[in-house]
Ligand binder design. Structure first.
Ligand code: ATP
Length: 238
């Protein structure tokens, strides 16, 4: 594996006011990996994403491509290509699919490149191409999730952070979304997949981290984690 991680977190702690949530997190993501961050409700997954998007402060070290980013603003990390697909999609419901996608590129100056990317993203998400004029809020949950992912891709991410992608969606739709993630990675984008559904996430990821009450309790190749008897008992109901 490449010795320089794209994302390196070491001893990262964070919380809300007096309440400590993340306790000394160490986590690395290497270029072109799909890494799953899994754990139950309230384990601290969303808090970790908030730290990475610089929405809340933390102690410890975060490096992106070797650069310390602890004191970056949300805009600065976004400009580095750390882009989130938020839980609940958060689309502009009354706007068309295409306008949602263009909102993902609002900060980009080179409009002809944006127009080219739009067509490239439509190739990756053919369903969105068919629906480009449809009002986003009128689509199915799975289509809305695709739209949120397509919008994030319009921001030219280097690290795509996907929060609870599978929530409330039928398994067949989730399978399609997972295939899309694999295609996204094939385009050179690194993926952090944050999921409560541990089996689902580990089935697609290369490596995984299991978080429990704000600490990483297990990490390793996804296949090894799936076969780990302790995890099977705790999370997979086996
Ligand atoms: P979920 O999948 O349910 O979102 P999670 O693993 O993402 O779970 P977090 O949302 O990070 O967990 O929550 C971790 C802890 O931090 C929980 O105890 C939660 O109540 C608390 N918490 C989250 N957001 C806030 C906030 N804005 N203010 C205070 N406490 C918060």
């Amino acid at each position: 594996q490449s010795p320089t991680p794209l994302l390196h977190m070491s001893g990262v702690s964070a919380g809300y006011g007096e309440m400590s949530v993340l306790k000394s997190i160490d986590l690395d993501i290497f270029p072109s990996e799909i890494v799953a961050l899994v754990g139950s409700n309230g384990a601290g997954k969303t808090t970790l994403l908030r730290v990475l998007s610089r929405l809340i402060n933390c102690s410890g070290e975060i490096h992106y491509s070797g650069t310390p980013i602890n004191h970056y603003t949300p805009d600065q990390v976004f400009a580095l290509g750390m882009v989130q697909v938020p839980e609940g999609r958060q689309l502009f419901d009354r706007m068309s699919v295409q306008d949602n996608l263009l909102m993902g590129a609002y900060h980009r100056r080179n409009r002809s490149e944006v127009a080219q990317d739009l067509e490239r993203i439509y190739t990756l998400f053919p369903r969105m191409a068919e629906r480009r004029k449809q009002i986003a809020g009128s689509m199915s949950g799975g289509e809305q999730q695709m739209c949120a992912m397509a919008r994030a891709m319009m921001a030219k991410p280097t690290l795509l952070m996907v929060d609870e992608m599978s929530l409330g969606l039928a398994p067949i739709i989730v399978d399609q979304l997972m295939d899309v993630l694999v295609s996204i990675r094939a385009q050179g984008v690194t993926v952090l997949l944050v999921e409560q559904d541990i089996h689902l996430a580990l089935a697609t990821a290369d490596r995984g981290y299991v978080v429990e009450t704000g600490k990483i309790v297990r990490q390793g190749p996804a296949k090894e984690l799936i076969d780990d008897p302790a995890l099977q008992q705790a999370y997979l109901g086996l």
